[in-house]
Design a protein around this ligand. Structure first.
Ligand code: SF4
Length: 361
């Protein structure tokens, strides 16, 4: 437990909370743009130890939640093709599309398999040479390099019946879209440690320069988050805006050049639809022409109608930081983890699931 318990030390956390209170005079709202932060903040009761004038709001940082209904419908369409096996991470199976889910399709006989890694999907492809295995690729810059590496491996090993439906998303364009939309009222970003291990700090510098909004890259333990909030509050109090790294034990300013190289080898930026945020330019990743043989978009007819959010569901507003789950009329009454109406209640990193589990409302 070394390197973990140190970051969960209650007395140190209390001292850090006191330090925040001692310097904080100005009201401020900080957005956690990562679902892992949202869950950690609830789990460790971090909101409760902050001054009342410091607000934390959740943003679009859950890959399952931001996947557009249309992309889920594409996966469902794939699952209905007789010789196709759809492989995906667990949470995606339960997310409702416009009229079904992968779980429902599985119940109706579709071959949908939950995997823990892309390599598992390649193994399924190897074991089923007469089938076409499509991996539903979701996630931000953290997971995309591993999927890129898997595509490279599949091509090198001649696993020709493996492809990826790329629904990957890039976080910095979403931050830009949120700030340029004029709807969001935040004074700083709590930037995700794991994404930042890959991309480093350069993309956040662009955000800071354009919107004068402080960005602090934070780890996910309670002391990481409290220290990160202290760093944000310090900037607010000093009237400054810059990128800082709290999570120095994992994040370097230049990121991970090898991972970025693999990412760039396989993928190129493309316009991508986000739930709640709409189409954001250059915020997704499409497979490059040289990997077309592994690109599900190129191999299958995935034309499906564009459909919106489930009726009554406010996931889109929650992902933009405009509403909290408590403001959704369906929260707890109709929508719960056993009967999720939207992806924010399905995903383990979803804001609605976190509120359901940890808030008393
Ligand atoms: S509570 Fe359910 S219906 Fe409401 S926004 Fe969250 S996921 Fe959507």
């Amino acid at each position: 437990m070394k390197y973990l318990t140190e970051y969960r030390d209650g007395s140190l956390a209390s001292k850090m909370a006191e330090r925040i209170k001692a310097i904080s005079t100005k009201p401020a709202r900080f957005m956690e743009i990562c679902g892992t932060h949202t869950v950690a903040i609830f789990k460790h009761g971090i909101r409760d130890v902050l001054p009342e004038h410091i607000g934390l709001i959740s943003g679009p940082g859950c890959p399952v939640c931001v996947t557009a209904t249309r992309d889920i419908d594409k996966a469902i369409k794939l699952s209905r093709i007789p010789d196709v096996i759809v492989a995906t991470f667990g949470d995606m199976v339960r997310v409702p599309g416009s009229e079904s889910s992968l779980q429902k399709e599985k119940g109706l006989g579709a071959d949908v398999r939950m995997v823990y890694s892309t390599m598992d999907a390649i193994e399924i492809a190897r074991q089923n040479p007469d089938k076409k295995v499509v991996f539903l690729g979701i996630g931000f810059e953290t997971t995309a390099p591993t999927i890129a590496a898997a595509v490279v491996a599949a091509q090198a090993q001649g696993v020709n019946n493996f492809s990826v439906l790329s629904c990957h998303k890039l976080l910095p364009p979403a931050m830009d879209a949120l700030l340029s939309g004029g709807e969001l009222d935040v004074n700083g970003f709590m930037c995700p440690g794991h994404v930042s291990t890959i991309i480093g700090t350069a993309p956040y510098k662009v955000v800071v320069a354009q919107y004068h909004t402080p960005c602090v890259v934070m780890g996910f333990e309670p002391l990481d988050i409290l220290q990160g909030i202290y760093m944000l509050v310090s900037q607010i109090e000093a009237g400054e805006a810059r990128v800082e790294i709290q999570y120095r034990r994992a994040v370097a300013p230049e990121g991970n050049p090898n991972a970025l190289k693999t990412l760039d080898r396989v993928f190129e930026p493309c316009d991508s639809p986000w739930r709640g945020l709409g189409m954001i330019p250059k915020s997704g990743l499409a497979l490059r022409e040289s990997y077309r043989a592994h690109d599900a978009e190129a191999l299958f007819d995935l034309d499906v109608p564009d459909s919106g959010e489930p009726p009554g569901c406010k996931c889109g507003d929650i992902l933009r930081g405009v509403n909290t789950p408590i403001e959704c009329k369906l929260f707890r009454k109709v929508c719960n983890p056993e009967n999720p109406v939207g992806p924010c209640m399905v995903s383990s990193e979803g804001t609605c699931a976190a509120y359901y589990r940890y808030s008393q409302v």
